[in-house]
Write a protein that binds this ligand. Structure first.
Ligand code: NOJ
Length: 519
């Protein structure tokens, strides 16, 4: 099966023309997915103000882990410990982006993106995590980056917390300690003050569900704690309050002057019932309510956890012999403080899973994983990326966006991450091209056909980088980075050209004719 061909315009910025167009007869991108109602390709474009972008995060790209007064983060500690990350790799140097600002911006320009999503390293700005340790050199690095972006006409989307907590704050309990609410608020306040004149789109937290479960429950991410059944709920609870406080600080002190928007980024797959059984259907209905709703429901709906989440954790806690639920409760005034603290919804989406009903076999074990009586799996027939959890299932994105609209209304949505991994060095990445084409096409259908209010899209990632516990073994980059070369050269992959072309066309223009797919 041929790739859908959309390589008509030569993009000379990359030094050579793209593949010539062949046939455009194929309506489907993947052999695996050929349901005409679901998978037919849509030749259409996005609204003119659609925000195309690429994304990265501080610890994953910056390197310079102890340069210019930066304090250690929990990821410095965790990766230096040994035995935690693939081949004991670290982010000490990563992509050296701290020293390669010019090249990174050049890459964004080559892609033609309108926006760059990156994160601030908290311990670079406040080495011990608190306001008293303000580090001017760290602040200046981000000012230089922001100035360069402004000069290049690229709008920043800035994440305050993408998992690199200052180690000193972990030493007093990290996100399991309520005090983090005020430390995070101070940090957010300083960032709004220092950078807010150049930033219109702010993200408080990236994927609370991942760093709380992996960091405080399973222990596979920093800080490596295994507080099974408690850690993630406790840490998550703090982050929801911290998010809300930061949003209020912006709203009260900065919004009038800076006119920006603040929100969180949630992670969610799409969930399909594994079989037609009622149990599996109910489990699949529960899944997004718990996974996305755990953090999105309090913030977008009523300041509290989804009812189904409270019910299941309380029940599991009771089975364990506990008298109170392991899921903490918000007070009434906290609920008021939390509800409505968003200006848009940020969504990181990569894949789809099946869900089946599975009652817990060991009622007395406390574990987030067992609390909801469900089991997740994937289909062997789905195309595979290098990450074990990442199968390529484009139609899941449209279903998830529909679910969001149905449950949270007409909220403006930015897809803040989407992309796929490969394992080896190879700039010829045909599967990634198909991934981007098909997922972006499903987002287009969600927007044009289902009326979902999607405002922008950020590819993950601008370049190969430190993929957390997997080190440099899983490569998500539009640009390949050679980590064996101290200069960390970046080379565009074929997918960079394909993505640039989608951006240039603002969607998908039928190469053969003006013909468009019927809506
Ligand atoms: C989500 C995280 O935000 C990002 O840091 C990570 O690299 C990608 N997913 C890929 O796993």
């Amino acid at each position: 099966m041929k790739l859908l061909t959309m390589f008509m315009l030569p993009l000379s910025i990359f030094g050579h023309s793209l593949v010539e167009s062949e046939s455009t007869d194929n309506k489907f991108i993947f052999d695996t997915f050929q349901d005409p109602k679901r998978d037919t390709f849509l030749w259409e474009t996005f609204p003119d103000d659609f925000l195309w972008g690429a994304a990265t995060a501080s610890y994953q790209i910056e390197g310079a882990w102890d340069a210019d007064g930066k304090g250690p983060s929990i990821w410095d500690t965790f990766s230096h410990e040994g035995g935690r990350v693939y081949q004991n790799q670290t982010g000490d140097e990563a992509c050296s982006s701290y020293n390669k600002l010019k090249r990174d911006i050049e890459m964004l320009q080559e892609l033609g993106v309108k926006s760059y999503r990156f994160s601030l390293s908290w311990p670079r700005i406040l080495p011990d995590g608190t306001a008293k340790s303000f580090n001017k050199a760290g602040v200046n690095y981000y000012k230089r980056l922001l100035d360069a972006l402004v000069r290049a006409g690229i709008e920043p989307m800035v994440t305050l917390y993408h998992w690199d907590l200052p180690q000193d704050l972990q030493d007093i309990g990290g996100w399991e300690n309520e005090m983090m609410v005020s430390y995070f608020s101070d940090y957010a306040d300083i960032c709004f003050r220092e950078f807010g004149n150049r930033v219109k789109l702010w993200i408080t937290f990236n994927e609370q569900i991942i760093f709380t479960t992996h960091g405080y429950e399973i222990g596979s991410h920093a800080p490596g704690l295994k507080h099974s059944g408690y850690g993630a709920y406790r840490a998550g609870h703090t982050t929801i309050k911290a998010h809300a406080q930061a949003w209020h600080i912006y709203d009260q002190k900065y919004r009038n002057k800076q006119h920006g928007k603040v929100s969180a980024v949630f992670q969610s797959s799409w969930f399909e019932p594994k079989t037609n059984s009622l149990g599996d259907k109910l489990a699949a209905k529960r899944a997004p309510e718990v996974v996305l709703g755990w953090f999105a429901h309090p913030i977008l709906v009523d300041g509290d956890y989804p009812a189904v989440m409270k019910e299941y954790v309380a029940n599991a806690s009771r089975l364990q012999g506990l008298t109170t639920s392991r899921l903490p409760e918000f007070t009434e005034s906290e609920k008021k403080m939390i509800a409505g603290t968003y200006d848009f919804l940020g969504l990181n989406h990569y894949t789809t899973t099946y869900v089946s009903h599975k009652a817990r076999a060991q009622p007395r074990v406390a574990s987030f994983d067992l609390d909801f009586d469900m089991e997740l799996s994937q289909d062997e027939a789905w195309p595979k990326a290098a990450s074990s959890w990442l199968k390529v299932v484009p139609w899941g994105l449209r279903r998830l966006l529909g679910w969001i609209k149905e449950n949270y209304g007409d909220v403006p949505i930015y897809i803040t991450e989407n992309g796929m991994s490969q394992s080896g060095m190879d700039t010829n990445d045909e599967l990634r091209i198909k991934y981007y084409q098909s997922y972006i096409n499903e987002m287009l259908k969600a927007h044009l056909i289902d009326g979902v209010n999607v405002k922008g899209y950020f590819a993950w990632s601008l370049m190969d980088n430190f993929e957390w516990a997997e080190g440099y073994s899983e490569k998500f980059g539009l640009y390949e980075v050679d980590f064996d070369d101290p200069k960390r050269p970046r080379t565009p992959r074929d997918s960079a050209r394909a993505y640039a072309e989608i951006i240039q066309n603002n969607g998908f223009i039928h190469p053969g004719s003006k013909e468009k797919t019927e809506l």
